[in-house]
Design a protein around this ligand. Sequence first.
Ligand SMILES: Nc1ncnc2c1ncn2[C@@H]1O[C@H](COP(=O)(O)OP(=O)(O)OP(=O)(O)O)[C@@H](O)[C@H]1O
Ligand SMILES: Cc1ncc(CO)c(N)n1
Length: 270
Amino acid sequence: MTPIKHALTIAGTDPTGGAGIQADLKTFQELHVYGMSVLTSIVAQNTMGVKDIHHLPIDFIELQLQSVIEDIYPHAIKTGMIAQKEMMALLATKLGSLQNVPYICDPVMMAKNGDPLLEKDVRSFLRDTLVPLATIVTPNIAEAEDLIDMKIDTLEDMKKAAERIIHELGAKYVVIKGGSLNGEATDVFYGKSREFHILDAPRTDTKHTHGTGCTFSAAITSELAKGIPIFEAVKKAKQFTAAAIAHSLNIGHGYGPTNHWAYRLNASSN
Ligand SMILES: Nc1ncnc2c1ncn2[C@@H]1O[C@H](COP(=O)(O)OP(=O)(O)OP(=O)(O)O)[C@@H](O)[C@H]1O
Ligand SMILES: Cc1ncc(CO)c(N)n1
């Protein structure tokens, strides 16, 4: 039997379970990877928006990380909501010291309704500290625009932005998620091999897309933890997320969550 793989998410919380740490752990579980988590910020949010954020002390984030790593070494690590400069600095030091562990950087900046999840003026620090360490960085359109200070309106713009993220910021690979562009669900993958891949999936006409980005990056993390090659991992994550959105859940009063078990249902009916 293949030994179990372990994946670690370092992120903020969503008490409604659709985004953040909770979405990551559900995704790890669905993709048969043992899930672990280090909390950075506790967020009072729901499908309608963010009410307040409580940031954990830096030394306590460090202690959580140390507790996990000295006991169950992760085969892949993702970061999601990292809200403060001090958190980014700590994680840059720690992640930089881990050898050969794929690092998936989801540069989370805001919730689906536009409420900010990062403190003011830290976006450039995220670009300079965590992004360069990433095996793969997974911005949506707004996050990519912010990272390289460029407006993105077309697929060609997405490709230019992807090149700049790799060649100017230093990540190894990038997938820019086009979920919010022109009513398409087309993503652009690019990386050190300098080849573009366009990822398409049928777009589902739904507003219930809370946590799609977390789910997508957690699915990539799961596959990289298993040792799957990077583009295969991204393709699988795209299918997993597309199924989760196609069967998204009309619960809550705002942007409802995706359905993390939809991929399993599809797979068992094939
Ligand atoms: N309506 C949709 N139908 C199908 N796929 C979608 C849809 N919306 C987004 N996607 C896909 O879902 C994945 C996540 O992209 P998205 O742009 O929604 O992330 P995000 O904005 O970071 O999400 P969040 O901030 O809510 O976590 C991408 O592969 C994107 O193409
Ligand atoms: C904690 C957290 N991370 C990410 C997102 C973006 O979906 C969210 N709403 N909450």
